[in-house]
Design a protein around this ligand. Structure first.
Ligand SMILES: *Cc1c(COP(=O)(O)O)cnc(C)c1O
Length: 385
């Protein structure tokens, strides 16, 4: 918001202090202790030459701006632009490209982003190559038409971690824009802009909102021209976040630090339990990869593992035994969820390619919630009997 924030004078405030206090001041002099919901589509015009902060709520609105201001500070960026979903945020970035432009994207992408690249942008003449950013080979795939590098770290569903600083350094030698999808880590565990990324995208639906009850997305960055372009596109095309959804997400964001600490702690207990279980063949967790210690504060709440001799039927039998972990897509909420990538999130990927990429029928993905660790372990103990 353009009004002064209590934290403007307190740049040293820590994560949770920013999350809780940046957005507290209402605009209306009511002395409300938290920000009310401005559920209005339009604002009256003074006609006296005085400055008008809000006009029509497709443009700017107070709840969305409060969320954006808080999110920008937590991601250590100069601006955030919120959208009606994570996909709308991704789409807004891609709309700034032109037919003939080329994108280098990570191999392990969220299915919806892959679909947007392949089913929406490629048919319009955009070109996308999927590459491995963990060795230098991707650099040879850069062409004069390459504009963007787009990757997730940790990835979905194998939770592989890529060195953001190293990729950004190489990409900037070629004037490429580096976009990091930071949904799995959240701004509490990882700030890609600090490591040289140009733009961060979030599905706020996941950890940022944190309660599996709202859909939203955002782009965060430092460059004013990106901010202007994204805000122009949002107003022109209209993929906005409603006042109530912005309010819900900001309410969730205030407890992000507490939640991520508990998600990570619970996940570490489960990694230890599952990693030593006779029926578990392999386990994937970001914190077991040394590079994660450089750029992440903890391992987060996502775990994947491979069930030994894990046919789809055997995996389904185990999942049916679970009482606390609910079988569902999505992640990042307070409640624990489990999914079977081969038949759920990644069923559209051909089987041969799935197996090649490690998304085998025995692979199970967990979004570990913030319940009591001992209850979560007991749930898997009885399910794997
Ligand atoms: C969920 C998700 C998205 C898409 O976000 P929506 O809010 O569902 O539109 C993008 N990237 C990642 C990594 C996701 O998990």
């Amino acid at each position: 918001m353009s009004t002064a924030h209590p934290s403007d004078n307190h740049p040293a405030w820590g994560f949770s202090t920013q999350a809780i206090h940046r957005s507290r001041s209402p605009l209306d002099g009511s002395r409300a202790a938290t920000m009310p919901i401005y559920q209005t589509s339009t604002y009256t015009q003074p006609l006296d030459g005085s400055a008008q902060q809000y006009e029509y709520a497709r443009g700017d609105s107070p709840n969305r701006e409060a969320l954006e201001d808080t999110l920008a500070s937590l991601e250590k960026g100069r601006f955030a632009v919120a959208f009606g979903s994570g996909m709308a945020a991704c789409d807004a970035i891609l709309r700034t490209l032109h037919p003939g432009d080329h994108v280098l994207a990570g191999q392990d992408l969220y299915g919806g982003v892959y679909r947007l690249f392949e089913k929406v942008y490629r048919p319009q003449g955009y070109d996308i190559d999927y590459c491995n950013f963990d060795d230098g080979t991707w650099i040879r795939q850069i062409r004069p038409q390459t504009r963007l590098v787009w990757l997730e770290t940790p990835t979905n569903p194998l939770l592989m971690v890529t060195d953001i600083e190293e990729v950004a350094k190489q990409a900037h030698l070629h004037q490429l824009t580096v976009v990091i999808d930071n949904t799995f880590a959240s701004p509490y565990l990882q700030n890609p802009l600090v490591w040289g990324a140009d733009l961060v995208v979030h599905s706020m639906t996941k950890y940022i909102a944190g309660h599996s009850d709202v859909i939203g997305g955002a782009v965060i960055g430092n460059d004013q021209s990106w901010r202007d372009q994204l805000k122009f596109l949002r107003n022109a095309a209209g993929p906005i976040l409603s006042p109530f959804d912005a309010w819900l997400i900001l309410r969730g964001l205030k407890t992000l630090a507490l939640r991520m600490e508990q998600h990570s702690r619970n996940a570490e207990h489960l990694v230890e339990f599952l990693g030593n279980h006779a029926r578990v063949e392999q386990i994937y967790y970001p914190w077991t990869q040394p590079i994660s210690h450089k750029q992440m504060g903890a391992g987060g709440g996502m775990i994947s593992f491979v069930l030994k001799d894990g046919t789809t039927d055997r995996v389904y039998n185990v999942l049916r035994n679970l009482r606390l972990f609910q079988v569902a897509e999505s992640l990042g909420g307070v409640e624990s969820l489990v999914s079977h990538p081969a038949t759920m999130t990644h069923s559209a990927v051909p089987e041969e390619e799935r197996n090649q990429r490690g998304i085998v029928s025995g692979l199970v993905r967990l979004s570990v919630g913030i319940e009591e660790a001992k209850d979560l372990i007991a749930d898997w103990e009885q399910a794997l009997l």
